[in-house]
Design a protein around this ligand. Structure first.
Ligand code: A3D
Length: 310
């Protein structure tokens, strides 16, 4: 039997996550959305694509949770997305309410599942999912750092004319303006990025990475990025289900690591135990201060969520 992956929210990110999972040809996918007929239609379309593309994944669309039972992983993308000029934080109250209800349904039918959160504001939604599910922290993860790091890697790759495969980068912190790209740990073919690019160019690429989501929102005008976000969420699913032991930046609840007790993006080893360990990098004083600022911003949002849900 193939592992079942539930994707909640069949919009831009969720639909593309379902497509990428189906194309791996090793999962069965359940796609859930509140819009009647839409997840069912996308599921059929995806299965028909498989006849051409060469997969026979079973994709089921639904407006309820009956088919989701026994899911290995639930990827949660349900919610509203940003419009031009909106910050991720402005999505807070609507998406907290949506995510709360969704997590209750998933947990009732898949008590052993891993949760991969995508809905924004990301770190605060990990907080909601942790609270509502009462799952241990290693089973509730947020996707953001892989995306932020991918953006940074691609900008560096375009600047240097080097394949992104040669570039390693880690972006820590909350998914927002306070994210912290770790320049000392960013390498191109094993050599520090600071040996490849002058300070002013590096600063420009960091800024573009921090604004990476808004740049796309402004271009699209309706909706936000979904190709890279869906690829990043699928990388997490694969690392967990296939026990890859990848070390990837994910949003997770720190319990003393990095001196924090907050939900924040840190390097996490992902395998069949979910977040199997948090890897601690040595940080400069500036990086540590930036990470603390980022954690504080996330904490304020989590406190706001707690007040909303009280
Ligand atoms: P969109 O295409 O609007 O899809 C969201 C879907 O959620 C819609 O089809 C809705 O009908 C559905 N939905 C709403 N309420 C419910 C519910 N209660 N149950 C089930 N489905 C529901 O948005 P999108 O796919 O572009 O983005 C989805 C979310 O992901 C948004 O909050 C984005 O901000 C977020 N996002 C996060 C990242 C990160 O890097 C963290 C990247 C991209 C998008």
């Amino acid at each position: 039997m193939r592992p079942k992956i539930t994707v909640v929210g069949a919009g831009n990110v969720g639909g593309t996550v379902a497509q990428r999972l189906a194309e791996r040809n090793c999962y069965d996918v359940v796609l859930v959305d509140v819009v009647e007929g839409m997840p069912q239609g996308k599921a059929l379309d995806l299965m028909q694509a498989g006849a051409v593309y060469g997969h026979d994944a079973l994709v089921t669309g639904a407006n309820n949770y009956e088919e989701t039972g026994g899911s290995a992983v639930a990827v949660i993308t349900s919610g509203i997305a940003r419009k031009p000029g909106m910050s991720r934080d402005e999505l807070l109250s609507t998406n907290a309410r949506i995510v709360k209800g969704v997590v209750e349904h998933i947990v009732a039918r898949s008590p052993q599942a891993y949760l991969v959160m995508v809905t924004n504001p990301l770190d605060a939604m990990v907080h909601v999912a942790l609270k509502v599910s009462r799952f241990p922290r290693h089973r509730v993860l947020g996707m953001a750092g892989i995306l932020d790091s991918a953006r940074f890697r691609r900008f560096i790759s375009l600047e240097l004319g080097v394949s992104p495969a040669e570039i390693h980068a880690i972006v820590l912190g909350g998914h927002g303006d306070t994210m912290v790209p770790l320049l000392r740990h960013t390498t191109v073919a094993g050599r520090s990025i600071t040996e490849w690019l002058p300070k002013d160019r590096l600063e420009a690429l960091v800024k573009r990475t921090q604004d990476g989501g808004a740049e796309i929102v402004n271009l699209l005008k309706t909706g936000s990025a979904y190709y890279a976000p869906s690829a990043s969420a699928v990388e997490m699913v694969e690392a967990i289900v296939k026990d890859h032991k990848r070390i990837l930046p994910c949003s997770v609840k720190c319990e003393g690591e990095y001196g924090l007790r907050d939900i924040v993006g840190v390097p996490v080893q992902l395998g069949k135990g979910g977040a199997e360990r948090i890897v601690e990098f040595d940080l400069s004083a500036d990086e540590r201060a930036a990470l603390n600022t980022s954690a504080r911003a996330v904490r304020e949002l989590c406190d706001a969520v707690d007040r909303l849900m009280a």
